[in-house]
Design a protein around this ligand. Structure first.
Ligand code: KIV
Length: 314
């Protein structure tokens, strides 16, 4: 099994056709078809959330396969306690920014609470907006058997759907908190059935969030479509993490299944404190950040406006 990312370093093809080792291989746009090939070849799929232009550029350049514009933005970007207040307009606004920053990754827009739970027709209309208005390649929605009809309606319109089972944060109140799911034999059996139902409904991929590793492994073995795990152990076909969690940018809490690759919250705070100190101490701006006009022009200005000279002198 090869774990080498097919996409190279993310700098793109320079178009020379040279085989110099210094030139990264050309990258292809990742599609739902790429996801399926990865599953068949046993090559892990990488996915990260992103919510704006800058984060999308960074994820793209890192050679990550897919960007999920998750409704987690409600918590990590907008500061809500849960994802429930996030609206379609919030999602489209952020998806458009991500679209402008990312070229190669598969772009998946997360359908927010109440944008698909009412009727399959509402769901289809809202799913369409992600592709038509925001340039996404696919949508994601939460739920199992209760969403099968909705998934079918969206997929029949030609819109790829990623499913999401296990800890589905839009049901946080029904679950009584952000808790692992599928921990009893009955609950695990139900999730296994839900996974099959979502595959049969037409999902091209399935997120498994906060479920026991043995269950995620079994689901991943049984399904033909790729599973993407978050808190679901190492046997999923791919992994996803929230951008702010993996970079240490969210101050409130970090789920136990996250590995922090940086502590940008502390780095950013230290940089901002240094800036504040520099301004207060008169160290910023320095000469490198300052531009002066030519002396001759300044002299001419004083001639044009002699009053200015008096004011400067005072
Ligand atoms: O909204 C989100 O970021 C998600 C991921 C955690 C899968 O749904």
């Amino acid at each position: 099994m090869s774990t080498t990312p097919k996409n190279g370093s993310g700098k793109g093809n320079n178009g020379t056709g040279s085989d110099s080792a210094a030139i990264p291989p050309a990258r292809n746009k990742v599609t739902t078809h790429t996801f399926q090939l990865r599953k068949e070849r046993g090559e892990p799929i990488t996915m990260i959330t992103a919510y704006d232009y800058a984060s999308a550029v960074a994820v793209d350049r890192a050679g990550i396969d897919a960007i999920l514009v998750g409704d987690s933005l409600g918590m990590v970007v907008l500061g809500y306690e849960t994802t429930l207040p996030v609206t379609m307009e919030d999602m489209l606004h952020h998806c458009k920014a991500v679209r402008r920053g990312a070229t190669y990754p598969l772009l998946i827009g997360d359908m927010p609470f109440m944008s698909y739970q009412t009727t399959p027709v509402d769901a289809l209309r809202n799913a369409g907006r992600f592709l038509q208005e925001a340039g996404m390649d696919a949508v994601k929605l939460e739920g199992g058997r209760e969403r099968a009809e909705t998934v079918r309606a969206i997929v029949e319109a030609g819109i790829p759907v990623m499913g999401h089972i296990g800890l589905t944060p839009q049901k946080v109140h029904a679950f009584g908190g952000f808790r692992y799911q599928g921990k009893t034999a009955e609950a695990a059996q139900r999730l296994l059935e839900d996974a099959h139902i979502m595959q049969e409904a037409g999902c091209f991929s399935l997120v498994l969030e906060a479920v026991p590793a043995q269950l995620a492994e079994r689901i991943s073995q049984e399904l033909a479509i790729p599973t993407i795990g978050i808190g679901a152990g190492p046997a999923c076909d791919g992994q996803v993490l929230v951008y702010h969690d993996l970079l240490g940018m969210f101050d409130r809490f970090t789920p136990g299944f996250v590995r922090q690759y940086a502590n940008l919250h502390d780095t950013i705070t230290a940089a901002l404190e240094a800036y504040g100190d520099d301004v207060r101490q008169g160290r910023f701006p320095g000469s490198e950040q300052t531009r002066y006009m030519a002396d001759s022009e300044w002299e001419r200005l004083l001639e044009i406006n002699p009053q200015l000279e008096e004011e400067v002198a005072n």
